[in-house]
Design a binder for this molecule. Structure first.
Ligand SMILES: *Cc1c(COP(=O)(O)O)cnc(C)c1O
Length: 379
């Protein structure tokens, strides 16, 4: 008898989503910046300490907003880890920037801050670190190098909401940060995101860019008597219906994070001795980082054994997945000068990493089955 299928990810509900969506329809305000959007902003500002949080249609769009806010111009250079999602850099390339690919640290798989100095040129305008798996990058060093050269830091915090670096919330350290509420993230509304503005100087213009380049937000606050076109911009507001869904999730954040921490610990405890005896590496979380429990990955010794373990899990009706392909070796990355060997740690990790099923409603007995099936596997 084949056992029930265990997916890699599943859309999960906290409970009040439909109630709040109904409320938003009753409110008669289903476009952007309605009552639920404001409540989400308040939670995000309180939890991250951001000067201003603004919900957006996605993390990708939040990143695009940061590129516009920084006035990125054609030929400007932006440093990103090669091991990340395309949007981390595409948002800047849309403004004409040239990506500069940094390798990652072998322990946390975060941008290798020791390489930064060697990648900086007079054209460097921004560094976009990604807190991979919700574990903080070495932000002290990154900020020190960035400040020395007068370069902006935008944290792509899609994985890191509610994580801490030396006691400071991830997303609160760079001049801006971006969040994702895509279905695969800890807190979701299907598709959605937010930009966190930590430098107050950027706030007014952020509102304008998000409102199609108009000063509509100031108009609604009664600060101007008509609204008009004042800058470039686009339509980056999330519908209040989605914000209603998101509010139900944000309200349940302690429950969600607590459950996810238990899932993470169960994998870690259940797989540690198997990992040691099979030469497999489990995630490393430095002492000074409080992680956000976004994912559980394992690092196999090589590509062939990685594919074999994915196949073994699949045979047992469990879906596990690999993650990012190195950006510097993608079709676009090659056009920007990427070549094999440029980021060796990224290339190795991309070949050997597996992400295990991880979602808010993952049942304990299902998770124990995943662990058992993995422990049967000889590397
Ligand atoms: C998910 C993700 C994004 C994109 O998020 P969307 O909300 O889907 O646009 C960007 N960066 C990282 C690191 C991500 O994991």
């Amino acid at each position: 008898m084949t056992e029930e299928f265990i997916p890699f990810n599943k859309a999960c509900f906290e409970g009040k989503e439909l109630v709040y969506i109904a409320k938003s329809i009753e409110n008669g305000h289903i476009s952007g910046d309605g009552p639920f959007t404001k409540q989400c902003h308040a939670i995000l500002e309180k939890e991250t300490g951001a000067h201003k949080a603004l919900l957006t249609t996605s993390c990708t769009h939040a990143l695009e907003m940061t590129a516009i806010l920084l006035d990125i111009q054609p030929g400007d250079e932006v440093i990103v880890p090669s091991f990340t999602f395309v949007s981390t850099i595409n948002a800047f390339v849309l403004r004409g920037a040239k990506p500069i690919f940094a390798d990652i640290r072998p322990d946390t798989l975060n941008l290798d801050e020791t390489q930064l100095e060697s990648l900086i040129t007079p054209r460097t305008r921004a560094i976009v670190p990604v807190h991979y798996a919700g574990v903080g990058c070495e932000m002290d060093t990154i900020m020190q190098v960035a400040n020395k050269h007068n370069i902006a830091v935008v944290e792509d915090n899609a994985h890191g909401l509610f994580g801490l670096y030396r006691g400071r919330p991830l997303g609160s350290i760079g001049c801006m940060a971006t969040q994702s509420f895509h279905e695969t993230k800890n807190i979701t509304c299907g598709e959605g995101g937010a930009v966190l503005i930590n430098d107050p100087v950027l706030c007014d213009r952020a509102e304008i860019i998000r409102e199609k380049g108009t000063n509509r937000s100031r108009f609604f606050r009664g600060m101007v008597d008509k609204y008009t076109w004042v800058d470039i911009g686009s339509s980056y507001l999330m519908s209040d219906i989605l914000a209603a869904f998101l509010y139900a999730q944000l309200e349940g954040k302690d429950h969600i994070q607590e459950h996810r921490s238990r899932i993470w610990d169960t994998y870690s405890d259940g797989l540690s001795s198997w990992a040691v005896s099979n030469g497999v590496r489990l995630p490393i979380v430095p002492e000074h980082c409080q992680q956000a429990y976004h994912m559980f990955y394992i690092l196999m010794p090589n590509l062939e054994r990685r594919q074999a373990l994915i196949a073994h899990l699949k045979k047992n009706n469990i879906l596990s997945v690999f993650h990012y392909l190195p950006l510097h070796l993608s079709d676009m990355g090659l056009k920007f000068g990427g070549q094999a060997g440029l980021c060796p740690v990224t290339e190795k990790v991309s070949d050997t990493l597996i992400r295990l099923p991880f979602y808010n409603e993952l049942r304990h007995e299902d998770q124990l089955r995943v662990i058992d099936v993995i422990r049967e596997f000889r590397v």
